[in-house]
Design a protein around this ligand. Structure first.
Ligand code: NDP
Length: 334
């Protein structure tokens, strides 16, 4: 989710640089991010009269606006276009009075009871409570052809797009738990699934590896790396380096209809890292069964705090939880 661009360690501001200037506006409930988590939090917060102000991030509507049809969100028996669904969520949030603004959080200061967030390196908002819903960004390989075929055979979400490749041949890049899970999911739908693995072993847990090895229509291409995707309008094949950097290096071509990236996600949490507890990959840690972070008044929802499920419906669920947690927190403040 490109809502709030992840910053690597080099690009991340230090605590001192990160400190916002004086606030020009104070709000009771500030929501950062406009995916299913952010909008659901907004609907609940607005209906609870918390007068939420939402900053959408650069990609209004979040990751779902980059997929085509959403078929697994309950309540849409015929499926729904991802962008249309997010537009509906925006309308619903606005209907109850959410102040939806386009802008990106570029710095945060959670050191005091009143929190401060800088928007677009300029305006500073102070807030009694902050709901974080800034999401995560799927990693891509960075190939030109990958960019060209996004939405036309290239996807980073098997559960979202796998169905469009029913009875076809697909490839999954990666050897971690996500790749293993997506490959086994796709194997139930597709004729054949190739796993493109850059080493001669999987990083996935032993249990997931066993599932992969026991699935007949998954073929692992060990020590293969993607060179280029090819096709006329849609993906038709992939050129792969085999044994890259070794004496026997060669390039092989494999016919495929779909190409799924599963090489990890980057949570968009860099600007909060001076204040919030995170795991080693930057996912915000919440208190089990709640959306409470280690900072009272700051709540985390959606993919920012979830590296396991990452579904629109689970994100929406935690957005609802965040608004309810924030409502209770504000109630205790008064
Ligand atoms: P991981 O970082 O665990 O795995 C990424 C995989 O992608 C690795 O096999 C890695 O290869 C490969 N990779 C990375 N970059 C490239 C590249 N440029 N070219 C080719 N291959 C590349 O990410 P996951 O998303 O799989 O998992 C993230 C975390 O979430 C893990 O802790 C995982 O256990 C957890 N998770 C848990 C699940 C569950 O419990 N059900 C489901 C999904 C994830 P290499 O091994 O060579 O580095």
């Amino acid at each position: 989710m490109d809502l709030f661009k992840p910053m690597d360690n080099k690009g991340t501001k230090t605590k001192k640089e990160n400190k916002p200037k004086e606030a020009s506006e104070h709000v009771r409930c500030l929501i950062l991010g406009s995916g299913p988590a952010g909008y659901t939090a907004a609907i609940y917060a607005a209906r609870a009269n918390m007068k939420p102000v939402m900053y959408t991030g650069m990609q209004m509507g979040g990751q779902l606006t980059t997929t085509t049809e959403v078929e697994n969100y309950p309540g849409y028996p015929d499926g729904v276009d991802g962008t249309a669904m997010m537009n509906d969520l925006e309308k619903q949030a606005k209907r109850f009075g959410t102040d939806v603004r386009f802008g990106m959080a570029t710095a945060a200061d959670f050191s005091e009871k009143v929190k401060k967030v800088t928007i677009d390196d300029d305006k500073v908002i102070s807030a009694d409570s902050v709901i974080l819903a800034t999401g995560a960004t799927a990693k891509y390989l960075g190939l030109e052809s990958e960019e060209k075929f996004k939405g036309n055979g290239v996807s980073a979400c098997a559960t979202c797009d796998g169905f469009f490749f029913k009875d076809k041949v697909v490839a999954v890049v990666g050897g971690g738990d996500t790749a293993a899970e997506e490959a086994t999911y796709l194997a139930g739908l597709c004729k054949k699934v190739y796993m493109i693995v850059r080493r001669d072993e999987l990083r996935a847990s032993k249990a997931m590896q066993k599932r992969v090895f026991n699935t007949k229509n998954i073929e692992i291409l060990w020590k293969h790396q993607t060179k280029e995707l090819k096709g006329d309008g849609v993906v038709q094949s992939v050129d792969l380096y085999k044994n890259k950097g070794e004496k026997n290096e060669e390039v092989v071509s494999v016919d495929i209809d779909g190409f799924f990236l599963a090489i990890g996600h980057t949570p968009n949490s860099a600007i909060f890292r001076d204040y919030l507890d995170m795991n080693e990959t930057g996912y915000v840690i919440t208190r089990p069964g709640t959306t409470k972070t280690n900072v009272p008044g700051v709540f985390a929802s959606g993919d920012l705090q979830d590296n396991v499920y990452r579904q629109a419906v689970t994100a929406a669920g935690t957005g609802c939880m965040a608004a309810l947690d924030a409502e209770r927190y504000l109630g205790e403040l008064e």
